[in-house]
Design a protein. Structure first.
Length: 132
């Protein structure tokens, strides 16, 4: 993760996951992106891919972002198969208060087994603050 702290005490941290992080003989895999620390909460999230997920036979690759127990709480079916561009991203402020101890999860789904993928990279930037 790469991070920077803003003047308000909020911190942006970028997490990068590649096709190798999802490599399983299944069409879907959910992994933990980060577990929030004590008193930490999410203010905003941006998700953008830098390389399309593919293997030459894949026809789709979709990413969900959520929390344990609700894997699409933040974003559902982001198209990570499309060509990356400056407009191919999702951003938002969480609707739900997400707090310390909660695991943020990322799920990749494709029409092919994920262990056959040969390319793909996605960045998730999360802005957090910590209560005093």
């Amino acid at each position: 993760p790469v991070g920077s702290q803003g003047a308000s005490g909020s911190t942006w941290v970028k997490y990068t996951k590649t096709f190798t992080n999802f490599s399983v003989p299944s069409t879907t895999q959910t992994i933990t992106l980060v577990t929030l620390g004590a008193k930490e909460y999410i203010e905003a999230i941006v998700m953008k891919h830098s390389t399309a997920f593919s293997d030459g036979l894949a026809l789709s690759a979709h990413v969900n972002l959520g929390v344990t127990g609700n894997n699409n709480l933040f974003f559902t079916n982001f198209d990570a198969f499309q060509a990356p561009s400056n407009t191919a991203f999702v951003a938002g402020e969480p609707i739900y208060y997400t707090h310390g101890g909660i695991a943020v999860t990322i799920t990749l789904t494709s029409n092919v087994n994920l262990d056959t993928l040969t390319a793909g990279s996605i960045d998730v930037s999360i802005k957090t603050s910590t209560l005093p």
